[in-house]
Ligand binder design. Structure first.
Ligand code: AMP
Ligand code: MG
Length: 420
């Protein structure tokens, strides 16, 4: 007798094996374009950026206070200095600073050449044009050195870095106002299924609304992507083929949802094999087993499952790393941390599971996670409530409450709930 399950297990790729195949099959886009710094958020740097200047440009004060020379300090003695001028941010003090003298100085203002110390204004007594420093005043404090953030000629951002909001500030601080970035990755997506109904129309029995194109619209919102929504394609091999062949001409990647399984109306794998090539199509993860990866000429293809939660899980763990590779950033996987699971978990060995969970923290900072009761791959409400995945390895066969599990925070919902 043929053991279908054992055969299927052999055919399934682990997520690691699938990602390795993706890494070797996908090359990042090579074309580049120039963007202004203001338009660079989320784009991928094509070349490294080096600084033409030191940052800070000048030695300057880290505090509002008084600048003086530490040679004026006498250990354990109260010192009085004469104020001879002011250094404002943007308007340095021009005169010399002699022994026994100080200047008023504000945060960011240039230090006089002779000064090496700042005393905070809260620590001095001011009388007319002189200040008294307490006996414990330390010298050489609160001064920002030239180039202490970035030195002239140093690397500011490495090539293939995705520009963050912090990078925008960093690049501006060294005067960079335009960047060479990788061009956007062109992605087309569509849903397939004769049951799918457009929003705005009343549902008939047997029909459902198309959630997946809305999910993908959200998941594909990224400055690196240029996205085309191809709508809903019927469960019809010819229509699917026409759609895929046309989209492959001017996109780097096509994503479909639905029709990727083994049902009578599941044509994705067959159509992909006809107009291109199928690399693998079953991955040992749950939700999300039926997943096709392939290529039509130069265009990559992902056929994701139909169930919406499976779409999200496969997108985040398989498609997102592939998109990183395409856009030119190093492939990554979500960071996992350990948490104590407060619920018992059911699981059969054979696939890596991503159960939807709620992560919280007790008063000692220990992470606690509870699985949501409904784990069906069609249950979008539980996925919407979840703030993490509980990641159960392939061989795991369930666990008792109180055991330690690996969890992944779901991006965009990393905060914890405050209960009053
Ligand atoms: P399939 O892989 O086409 O057999 O679909 C698996 C399940 O996902 C079925 O219950 C479909 O009705 C459902 N499904 C497929 N596409 C969508 C979609 N775009 N939005 C919501 N559910 C879908
Ligand atoms: Mg279907």
């Amino acid at each position: 007798m043929i053991d279908v399950c054992a055969q299927e297990k052999k055919q399934m790729s682990s997520i690691t094996a699938a990602l390795a195949r993706i890494a070797s099959a996908i090359e990042s886009v090579t074309e580049t374009e120039s963007v202004t710094l203001k338009n660079a958020l989320g784009r991928v740097l094509a070349v490294p950026i080096y600084s033409a200047i030191n940052s800070p440009f000048d030695r300057n004060s880290a505090m509002d206070g008084y600048a003086f020379s530490s040679t004026d300090l006498i250990l354990g003695q109260v010192i009085t200095l004469t104020q001879v001028g002011i250094s404002w941010a943007g308007q340095p003090y021009q005169g010399p600073l002699k022994a026994g003298q100080c200047i008023r100085i504000f945060t960011g203002a240039v230090m006089p050449a002779e000064a090496d110390s700042i005393v905070m204004q809260e620590q001095v007594q001011v009388k007319a044009s002189s200040i008294t420093l307490p006996a414990h005043t330390k010298g050489q404090e609160h001064v920002r050195a030239v180039g202490e953030d970035i030195t002239q000629g140093a690397l500011v951002c490495a090539a293939f870095k995705k520009i963050s909001a912090i990078d925008l500030g960093l690049l501006a601080s060294v005067g960079i106002d335009s960047l060479v970035v990788k061009r956007k990755v062109k992605i087309a997506f569509f849903s397939t299924g004769n049951e799918l109904t457009a929003l705005g129309q009343a549902l008939e029995s047997g029909k459902i609304y198309d959630s997946n194109r809305y999910l993908l619209t959200g998941l594909l919102t990224d400055a690196c992507y240029q996205v085309t929504d191809l709508g809903v394609i019927a469960d019809d091999p010819q229509q699917l083929e026409d759609c895929i062949v046309a989209a492959a001409k001017n996109h780097d990647l096509i994503i479909s949802t639905g029709g990727a399984s083994v049902g009578e109306a599941d044509y994705i794998k067959e159509v992909l094999a006809r107009c291109g090539k199928v690399d693998f199509w079953k991955i040992a993860i749950k939700p999300g087993k039926p997943l096709a990866f392939g290529k039509i000429k130069d265009c990559h293809f992902f056929g994701l499952p139909g169930n919406p939660v499976a779409v999200v899980v496969t997108f985040q763990h398989i498609v997102a790393p592939a998109l990183e590779q395409l856009s030119g950033v190093p492939m990554s996987q979500p960071l996992q941390v350990l948490a104590k699971c407060t619920t018992a978990l059911k699981k059969a060995p054979g696939r890596q599971e991503y159960q939807r969970g709620i992560l919280s923290q007790d008063d000692n900072g220990e992470l606690l996670v509870a699985a949501l009761p409904q784990q069906g791959s069609n249950i979008l409400k539980a996925a919407s409530l979840a703030n993490c995945y509980i990641v159960l390895p392939i061989e795991c066969s369930g666990l008792q409450a109180g055991e330690t599990v690996r969890i992944e925070l779901i991006k965009s919902v990393v905060s914890s709930v405050i209960s009053h």
